[in-house]
Design a protein around this ligand. Structure first.
Ligand code: NI
Length: 183
């Protein structure tokens, strides 16, 4: 996920950068598969997702966005909200939802398009951490927002799917332009 006011000079870290695929690429519409084992390869992949996300810059990035159909994503909304923290979520499952709020979202795979999206405000998530431990944790605010946006990517869902038909129709031309930039 991307936020519009984000600082382009946000800190980057060394590591492998991966190419982010754009709207129109079929992988963005496929369901991702569970991670079987959290091994060194998975941890190296998680590191590369953090590097790619920060270089973009973005505050969340899901594996399918770098053309890997596995159920994991990274988030780091600290540039937008210092009360948050960087986190990698593997095989996440949102167990409960509460409340609702609206926030302007963007997506690294749909550059230049931002729209208000209403989503639940608080979530309870079960996920596997990078050490392979199963955790259950409650999130609210921007963490809950970014986690829901990234979790949708694992099911082939994009934030523009949450918009009304009219809003999407207005974006059709710009979405086609992005599609023509992909391969
Ligand atoms: Ni996204």
């Amino acid at each position: 996920m991307r936020v519009p006011e984000q600082d382009k000079d946000a800190a980057t870290q060394p590591g492998t950068e991966r190419r982010i695929i754009l709207y129109g690429h079929p992988t963005l519409r496929r369901r991702a598969q569970p991670v079987a084992d959290v091994d060194g390869e998975v941890r190296a992949f998680v590191d590369s997702l953090f590097t790619t996300m920060r270089a973009a810059p973005g505050i969340g990035l899901a594996a399918p966005q770098v053309d890997r159909r596995v159920r994991l994503f990274v988030v780091d909304p600290t540039v937008a909200d210092s009360a948050t923290r960087p986190l990698a979520l593997i095989n996440p499952e949102i167990l409960t939802y509460a409340g609702i709020n609206t926030y302007e979202e963007g997506c690294l795979s749909i550059p230049g398009i931002y729209a208000d999206v209403s989503r639940p405000e608080r979530i309870l998530v079960r996920y596997v951490d990078v050490e392979g431990g199963v955790r259950e944790e409650e999130f609210d605010g921007l963490m809950a927002r970014v986690i829901q946006h990234e979790n949708d990517h694992l099911d082939g869902k994009l934030f523009i799917d949450c918009l009304t038909r009219m809003r999407r129709t207005l974006l059709t031309k710009r979405l086609r332009e992005i599609e023509s930039r992909g391969e």
